[in-house]
Design a protein around this ligand. Structure first.
Ligand SMILES: [Zn+2]
Length: 250
């Protein structure tokens, strides 16, 4: 197995551009609650599971590859492509490390209260009723209620990529940035084709931490910050990261 060299940390804000619905469990919900609740922490605050972010980004990236080659719509399991190296291989015989970690993104509650406190009265969500239009009468039928986190809410995004000897840093960083940029043009959670789940990344900060840091000060060094994903300069990140990790082989 290749030797661990260090990490790139990518942190920032996820700002909801439209209402977000990531389905939660109804089991814990109160009787008479909503039909379609959103996932929440034990304290009842909505959050974005890291698995939702990771799965969606991977899916979007894999769609840029030849979609016909993926049997049964399963994730890639080649164990060699940039996507498998970042996200891990979906195969028991071609195991690869998952270099990418995406943490759960928690709601910025202070920001939320300042933004919505007067309107939502201590609740973190809005209810949206949806209907199917009867094709003959033109009237709404079968109303159902969807719970959503409202547009404008802010979540704290936190992720990291581990690097090992021989890794192509440029390819791995580029793939990740492509993925989160694609996510902005796509959606998160349910009902995305009907307007839900549009997000934007803001205040992105990139930090490097090499293996030596763990035995010294345990610090990560800020290498780049950007207001939004349009401004992200992959070459600058890669060059500074290589310097920090002392990997100049590529
Ligand atoms: Zn692969």
């Amino acid at each position: 197995m290749a030797k661990f060299k260090g990490k790139l940390f990518i942190e920032g804000d996820i700002i909801l551009q439209t209402g977000l619905h990531i389905g939660g469990s109804k089991e814990t919900g109160e009787i008479g609650g909503l039909d379609n609740p959103v996932i929440k922490t034990v304290k009842g605050v909505p959050y974005i599971p890291g698995s939702s972010l990771k799965g969606k980004i991977r899916c979007l990236l894999e769609r840029t590859e030849n979609i016909e080659s993926k049997k049964n719509g399963e994730p890639c399991s080649c164990g060699k492509c940039n996507i498998c190296l970042l996200f891990g291989s979906h195969s028991s015989d071609k195991k690869t490390l998952s270099r990418l970690i995406i943490r759960d993104s928690y709601l910025d509650e202070e920001h939320f209260m300042a933004e919505f406190g007067d309107f939502l009265e201590g609740e973190y969500t809005e209810e949206k009723t949806e209907n199917i239009i009867d094709r003959i009468t033109g009237t709404a039928q079968h109303p159902r209620t969807m719970e959503r986190v409202p547009a404008g809410a802010k979540f704290k995004f936190s992720s990291s990529i581990s690097f090992y000897d021989g890794d192509d840093i440029n390819e791995l960083v580029k793939t990740f940035i492509e993925g989160i940029r694609m996510l902005e043009d796509d959606y998160l959670g349910g009902s995305g084709t009907r307007g839900y789940g549009q997000i934007r990344f803001e205040n992105m900060a990139f930090y490097a931490k090499n293996i030596e840091s763990y035995s010294k000060d345990n610090k990560k060094d800020e290498i780049e910050t950007y207001k939004n994903l349009n401004d992200v300069n992959i070459d600058n990140i890669v060059n500074k990261l290589k310097e920090k990790l002392e990997m100049n082989q590529r």
